[in-house]
Design a protein around this ligand. Sequence first.
Ligand SMILES: [Zn+2]
Length: 241
Amino acid sequence: MVYFILFMTGASFGSFLLCFAERYSLGESILIGRSHCPSCGHVLGISDLIPVFSYIMHKGRCRYCHRKIDIRYLLSEVLGGCLFLAVFYHHKVHNMDCFYAMAVGCILMGLSMTDLLTYEIPDRFHVMLITLWLIKHTILQEEILFLPFLLGKALSGLILSFYLFFLTFVLSKIRHAEMMGGGDIKLFFSVGLYLGFYRGMSCLFLSCVFGLFAMLVTKRKNIPFGPCISLSFLLLLLAKC
Ligand SMILES: [Zn+2]
């Protein structure tokens, strides 16, 4: 039962994050307006908002206009549910690390969805990641000698960001095309903060592997790199715990 509740909670978060990404891409506010069908605009009832089940029950179609609902709505819910289950399974017990990893996972998921839709990572995601890290290492877990610890991690993040900036700059001169956006470079500051320098370098390597794989599968030269970084980031973060 606890797995079911966790899955449904994660699925709800997945649905909310996709809604945020879509509204952000359209320049709409997440706080104003109720959930509605993207085709006919009909406001959705409670029974339409049950994650995963609503999609299956209505065979992937809108209950009002019967038009097909994009598979990404189902995927975001399944992904959110699986994220919560994976984090819970990894931590086994109820502890703060579990909630912390779930929160980081949600931020990375929201960031990835927004990047997929807009090729942009809004600054608010970077702010959230940094704030969460600070909360964890100040309020929740008192580090001995916090300032040297903070400076060490911040330096790791800065070196990684500068390294990526330099790499992007050189590659853009050779290939005459932008390889990575400013959002990806900023995201590596958080990667350094959470994972440190060496694990951050592993994250960069793994992100490139995922990126190349995605380019091969989609047969596209320009892919949003945020989801690749997020996936590597999350895998390494869970491997660390
Ligand atoms: Zn509809």
